[in-house]
Design a protein around this ligand. Structure first.
Ligand code: IPD
Length: 273
C-alpha cells in the first residue's frame, strides 16, 4: 500500500493545532488533576480531552490506522505495536508543568509505519513553538528548517535530562548519580520537564544531548524522527540501536557525543512498554 505521508501530516497538524486551544485555556495552570502510577505521575481532563480529539479525528479519516495513546494505555488499552500505520500520541507531554502553569508542555504526535517513525509533530501552544518533521524532508521549527549542533565532546555539550515521573528508589539513585556525572563533565545541564521538548531542543541545536530512562514510546516517537531529520542521532543509552518500546532514549547532535555519553552514564533498564 502507498502511504501519502504528506497528507497524513497535514491532517495531524490541523488536529494538533486545534487541540492546542484546549491547553491554552489553562495558561496559568490546571489545578485539577488525578494521580496515575504514583504521586508524581499525573493526568488532567485536558490530557484526556486532547487525546480523544486526536484519536477521533485521525480514526475518522484513517479507520484502519492503529493508536498508542498515553492516556488510553493508562486506562487499560493494550500497547499494540505492529507494522501497521500506528499513531503514537502524548496528548500533554509535561503534564506536571501544565498543572503548575510552567509553559513547557507539548502535544507530541508521531506516526510509525513498519515500526519506523515517518512523521513527528511537537507543539507547545503555550509558547507557540511548533516542531515538525517528515521522513526525508528535514526538520522544522515554526516553518524554519533546523539542524543539530556540531558538538562532539561532552565537555562542550549542553545536556538535558529529567528526574521523570517515577519516584522508585532505584530510579532516583540513577538520576542522582547521572546528575553528578553530568554536572562534573558537561558544559551545562538543563531539565525542561517535557521529554518531547528536550528532544526538540537537540534538533534545534539549542541543546546537544538528551537522555532519559523510564520514558514511554509516546514521549519519544515524534522526537526520534525530529532529531534524525535535523541531522542528529537517536540511540539506546548504552550505545546500541534505538528501541522505541525500551523506555530508554539518548539523542545527540553527533554520533561521537552520543557514544561518549552512553559510555559515561549509569544505566537503568525499566520494564518495557
Ligand atoms: C513526562 C515528561 C517528563 C519526563 C517523563 C515523561 P508526561 O511525560 O516528558 O519530562 O521526565 O519521563 O513521562 O507524563 O508529562 O506526558
Amino acid at each position: 500500500m502507498i502511504h501519502d505521508i504528506g497528507e497524513y501530516f497535514d491532517t495531524a497538524l490541523a488536529l494538533v493545532k486545534a487541540a492546542g486551544n484546549l491547553m491554552t485555556e489553562h495558561v496559568s495552570g490546571c489545578k485539577k488533576f488525578e494521580l496515575k502510577s504514583c504521586a508524581i505521575d499525573l493526568v488532567t481532563e485536558v490530557d484526556k480531552k486532547v487525546e480523544e480529539t486526536l484519536i477521533n479525528g485521525l480514526s475518522n479519516k484513517y479507520p484502519t490506522h492503529k493508536f498508542i495513546g498515553e492516556e488510553s494505555v493508562a486506562e487499560g488499552t493494550k500497547c499494540d505495536f505492529t507494522d501497521d500505520p500506528t499513531w503514537i500520541i502524548d496528548p500533554v507531554d509535561g503534564t506536571m508543568n501544565f498543572i503548575h502553569g510552567f509553559p513547557n508542555s507539548s502535544i507530541s504526535v508521531g506516526l510509525c509505519i513498519n515500526k519506523e517513525s515517518v512523521l513527528g509533530i511537537i507543539y507547545n501552544p503555550m509558547l507557540n513553538q511548533l516542531f515538525t518533521a517528515q521522513k526525508g524532508k528535514g526538520a522544522f521549527y515554526n516553518d524554519r528548517q533546523i539542524h543539530v549542533s556540531n558538538v562532539k565532546l561532552l565537555k562542550e555539550a549542553l545536556v538535558t535530562f529529567e528526574a521523570g515521573t517515577s519516584n522508585a528508589e532505584e530510579k532516583r539513585q540513577v538520576v542522582f548519580q547521572n546528575f553528578e556525572i553530568m554536572v562534573r563533565n558537561a558544559h551545562g545541564v538543563r531539565c525542561l520537564g517535557s521529554a518531547a521538548l528536550n528532544m526538540a531542543m537537540v534538533a534545534l541545536g539549542g541543546a546537544d544531548v538528551n537522555f532519559e530512562f523510564g520514558i514511554h514510546a509516546w514521549d519519544i516517537c515524534a522526537g526520534d524522527i525530529l532529531v534524525r531529520e535535523a541531522g542528529g542521532v537517536c540511540i539506546d543509552p548504552a550505545g546500541g540501536p534505538f528501541d522505541i518500546l525500551s523506555r530508554r532514549v539518548l539523542c545527540a547532535s553527533t554520533p561521537e557525543l552520543a557514544q561518549e555519553v552512553a559510555s559515561t552514564i549509569v544505566q537503568l533498564y525499566p520494564e518495557r512498554d
